[in-house]
Design a protein around this ligand. Structure first.
Ligand code: URA
Length: 436
């Protein structure tokens, strides 16, 4: 089947047949479709859309483009969570050990940073020695023994998505509901899950910039996943500000450790999103009878130290230091330059341009400009203020961690430009954090 005829069909706005979609996915994997042809079909779908049946066919074809995992004889439910991407979103790092401590099994195949968003695997690789690509047999063993393992996407799992995604990333075709649906679900279906909690983010730091697009994406993901036999629940969560207080690879590992150990108050928005998604997983896995029981079990796993213990064991089993939780500062890399970002006036933090904050971390070296770029794990922002907080003039809006004075200066300016301070008396209403 000629690639150009498949592209022409979609360019004219017609539905692609299953054989056409299968030909495209074969072409992605065996390289018989050129980069230009893949990009052209991506843009045609972006502009013309896809019906539900086409999206299901694309999801299935990409899922079967590589190995499909199975988890026979597991003593508990095999569950996972996925986020559509945000800034400061380290929820997976807390949630996987939390759910494991409550009896779930979480084989989490996580992503790398994309555009302005951070990636769970990049964050874990800030831990010296952490191996994010164990062999399939080791991954299987770790999930069975520990209850959770967070690793990177392997070359043999949904390889069609890997290539398509890389092309979409650089051709402005990421923000398409059917393409995001097929991309996420092909990987999650290939992971052989019995339940998936989806965190669909909306806002100025998300790929869905409106609640309507997030709703459409959530409905699409739930319908296609359920159609493929994988129970899935989606929450729509607010990404109009950074999640938590820290943004940057090593900094987010510090925040995760403090969260799991209960050192200091847990940042309320981060805590709520983590518990809301983890509760959905316990409910899907039959590990709690209702939401309040799920919350109580999760809180108990935090308070008893069981979740922290799971995280520590996972890190050590994957090559990280055995005493990371006791001595994080001894292991996690630290930036040579630390600069406060003083508030230019007294006032209330009214808004953040979250995408710009994510891009400022990329500029510092914490994200990639080109695929394969090395990351500076040390850099980012700490001590971020939440919207609605009031500051005196000169109080830090955050701290910049940078590799050099000039980088720090640019990051200070970027953060100031991304934060809007208004009068303390000005009416201000928090946006709902979680919507079903
Ligand atoms: N995350 C994915 O894995 N794929 C997308 O297309 C968008 C976010």
């Amino acid at each position: 089947m000629l690639a150009q005829e498949v592209i022409r069909t979609k360019r004219e706005g017609a539905a692609l047949s299953e054989p056409q979609i299968q030909a495209f996915v074969r072409g992605l994997v065996d390289g018989s479709w050129s980069e230009g042809q893949v990009a052209a079909l991506g843009m045609a779908v972006f502009l013309r859309g896809m019906g539900r049946e086409e999206c299901v066919a694309l999801t299935r074809a990409m899922m079967h483009s590589g190995r499909v995992l199975a988890w026979p004889d597991m003593p508990g439910p095999v569950l996972d969570k996925h986020s559509s991407g945000g800034v400061g979103d380290k929820v997976s790092l807390m949630l996987a050990p939390l759910v494991a401590a409550c009896g779930g099994y979480v084989p989490m195949i996580a992503g790398r940073g994309l555009g302005h968003t951070g990636g769970t695997v990049d964050k874990l690789e800030a831990i010296p020695g952490y191996r994010s690509t164990p062999s399939p047999a080791e991954f299987d063993r770790l999930v069975r023994e520990l209850g959770c393992a967070i690793i990177g996407q392997t070359a043999d799992l949904a390889p069609a998505d890997k290539r398509f995604y890389a092309v979409r990333d650089v051709t402005a075709t990421v923000e398409s509901v059917p393409l995001i649906t097929a991309s996420i679900l092909s990987k999650k279906l290939a992971a052989g899950l019995q339940g998936l909690a989806m965190d669909v983010k909306w806002g100025n730091g998300a790929f869905a910039d409106s609640p309507a697009m997030a709703q459409e994406l959530a409905e699409s993901i739930v319908a296609v996943a359920r159609g493929a036999g994988m129970p899935t629940r989606a929450l729509i969560t607010d990404m109009n500000q950074v999640l938590g207080r820290e943004v940057g690879n090593a900094l987010e590992i510090h925040e995760t450790i403090a969260y799991l150990k209960g050192e200091g108050p847990r940042e309320p928005r981060l805590h709520e999103v983590t518990l809301a998604l983890a509760s959905e997983m316990l409910l899907m896995g039959g590990l709690a009878a209702d939401a309040s029981q799920a919350r109580a079990r999760l809180q108990q796993a935090l308070d008893s130290g069981a979740a922290a213990e799971k995280f520590a064991r996972m890190v050590a089993a994957l090559g990280g230091p055995a005493d990371l939780l006791e001595r994080p500062a001894a292991w996690l890399p630290e930036a040579p330059v630390l600069r406060p970002v003083p508030a230019p006036r007294a006032g209330r933090l009214l808004s953040q341009r979250t995408r710009e904050i994510g891009l400022a971390v990329v500029e510092l070296g914490g994200g990639r400009r080109l695929p394969g770029d090395p990351l500076d794990m040390r850099v980012g922002f700490s001590g971020m203020r939440a919207l609605g907080e009031c500051l005196e003039a000169g109080e830090p809006l955050a701290w910049v961690h940078a590799g050099s004075e000039s980088d720090a200066e640019r990051a200070v300016a970027a953060l100031l430009a991304a934060c809007e301070l208004g009068d303390v008396q000005a009416p201000w209403q928090a946006l709902p954090l979680v919507a079903a």
